[in-house]
Design a protein around this ligand. Structure first.
Ligand code: FAD
Length: 483
């Protein structure tokens, strides 16, 4: 059948692997960090209905609408069907509302007008000048759960995920690719394969060049804020053309608000900046006038891998959220090498299907995509019961969920959700990581990582809270003081 090597274990790479495995193709995924260490672990958590893009990007909108329905059926455990609303303020253009309703209807996206008194009673604190409201089928996509489910499903079908493995080049015989060169544990090795897929997200440009092709990626940074309270149970979108600070997503016990769109050269996000936070809050106050008083936990950011064709001078906000698949041999590169750029978390399965079609054609495999019908493996239910011994109080993580020390602290945190609540791991990180061999280094790394997101939001009560957490860590828990 053939072996396919995939570079990047984000939503895109895992979606492609899942599609190929269901067609009977052997798959090896290489990831330079840990699974979901890139953009797929730093997103807004929204399963789009497609309505956001209906006017400006109808192709992407249609894709989101179809995938929204498919994912609810194949991965229900990773989706919270909260629904969404689009709200127009009196000062927002009515003309856009009319165009948006028409565009949603032609993209097959259901929109239902909602009475304003009902909306105000469901969403406390809304600005008084909300003039129109529509319900759509937005939902919450629990990215880390879906990643874990995909990894489990891939493993069950014999796929391999190699973490901490950097792709560094390809080998070819004649014109066709025969191997992916990787660096793993300081040693170079070759993974024999019949095709290579570059699913390196914002790094796809540099990886594409390494594979012998010119892939034009526009990294675009988005900043998000996490508020401590889940104040309402629906996704809120502002009914305006996509812009900054126009979406609120309730996620587990918190609320995620954002985002921004800033073009940058590097695929890596810099630490979130205070001025970005302040600007976002100002924009958000137009919808929730008392937003500045809501308790902030932290800020974080991620980098979108947008595709920009050659000589495309558009800004990152104007670039499509759709995806492209580039066959490197079309531009004189080796046969059997493909790059995938763009798309949304919401459309990861569709990207997998389309990429799977191209690779199946290249490898002469006559098996159609099955990922629409096959359920992605669910996760075991949470072990917490009222009598469980508790490891993390904020997020109610039971001792039994913490497991052994074989997982990295990041994996353990994202699986169990310890250190993610209002106290950002003040006690539980100490308690949980304190049992491990490399406690000092692991704890210092976690503290630094959490504080990177707390500093830009630390004023008022949050600043007091941070000072208190630091002094508890220093005085009561005996951790080093770090200026
Ligand atoms: C702020 C923000 C908010 C967003 N919100 C939403 C949302 O609410 N809903 C939605 O549907 N979409 C959202 N998106 C878009 C979505 O998150 C991305 O489209 C998606 O996560 C991209 O996944 P990916 O797998 O292509 O990239 P990534 O997740 O970045 O994966 C690429 C992987 O490749 C690895 N890699 C790179 N180079 C190498 C190498 N040489 N060797 C080995 N591995 C390598 C990286 O470490 C990385 O893990 C958002 C994006 C951003 C930035």
């Amino acid at each position: 059948m053939g072996v396919v090597a995939i570079i990047g274990a984000g939503a895109t790479g895992l979606g492609i692997a899942w599609d190929l495995l269901l067609r009977g193709v052997e798959v090896v995924i290489v990831e330079k960090d840990e699974v979901a260490g890139g953009t797929s672990g730093r997103f807004h958590g929204l399963l789009h209905s497609g309505a956001r893009y209906a006017v400006t990007d109808p192709e992407a909108a249609r894709g989101c609408a179809e995938e929204n329905a498919i994912l609810r059926s194949i991965a229900p455990d990773a989706i919270e069907g909260v629904g969404g609303v689009f709200l127009r303020k009196k000062t927002d253009p009515l003309e856009f509302e009319d165009r948006w309703v028409d565009a949603c209807i032609s993209a097959g996206i259901a929109v239902t007008p909602a009475p304003l008194p009902v909306i105000h009673s469901e969403i406390p604190g809304l600005a008084a000048d909300i003039t129109s409201a529509y319900r759509v089928s937005d939902a919450v996509l629990e990215g880390f759960s879906l990643i874990e489910m995909l990894v489990k499903s891939i493993d069950r079908l014999g796929g391999k995920v190699l973490e901490n493995t950097l792709a560094t080049g390809v080998e070819a015989e004649g014109e066709a690719v025969t191997g992916l060169i990787v660096s793993r544990g300081g040693a170079s090795q070759v993974i024999g394969c019949d095709a290579v897929v570059n699913a390196a997200g914002p790094w796809a440009g540099e990886v594409g060049r390494m594979l012998g092709g010119e892939i034009s990626v526009r990294p675009s940074r988005g900043t998000l804020l996490i508020f401590a309270d889940r104040r309402f149970n629906t996704v809120i979108n502002r009914l305006v053309p996509p812009g900054n600070g126009d979406i609120f997503v309730p996620h587990k016990r918190v609320l995620i608000f954002g985002t921004t769109d800033v073009g940058q050269e590097s695929p890596e996000p810099p630490p979130p900046a205070r001025n970005e936070v302040v600007n976002l809050i100002k924009i958000g106050q137009e919808v929730f006038p008392d937003l500045a008083d809501w308790r902030l936990i932290r800020a974080f950011n991620g980098v979108r891998p947008l595709y920009r064709g050659k000589d495309d001078g558009r800004s990152s906000r104007e670039l499509s959220r759709d995806f492209v698949i580039v066959n490197h041999s079309d531009d004189g590169g080796p046969q059997g090498v493909f790059s995938v750029v763009g798309g949304k978390w919401t459309t990861f399965r569709l990207i997998g299907e389309k990429c799977g079609d191209r690779i199946a054609e290249y490898l002469n495999i006559d098996r159609a995509c099955a990922s629409k019908e096959v359920n992605i493996a669910p996760l075991p239910k949470k072990a917490f019961t009222p009598l469980s011994a508790i490891a993390c109080e904020c997020e109610r993580v039971a001792e039994a969920e913490v497991g052994d020390a074989s997982e990295s602290p990041t994996k353990l945190r994202l699986r169990s959700w310890f250190a993610m609540g209002p106290c950002q791991g003040t006690f539980c990180a100490h308690r949980i990581l304190g049992r491990r061999d490399d406690t000092g280094a692991e704890l210092a790394e976690l503290r630094a990582e959490r504080e990177k997101g707390i500093f830009p939001v630390s004023w008022g009560d949050t600043a007091k809270m941070l000072a208190m957490q630091r002094s508890v860590r220093f005085q009561a828990l005996g951790e080093p003081w770090d200026d």
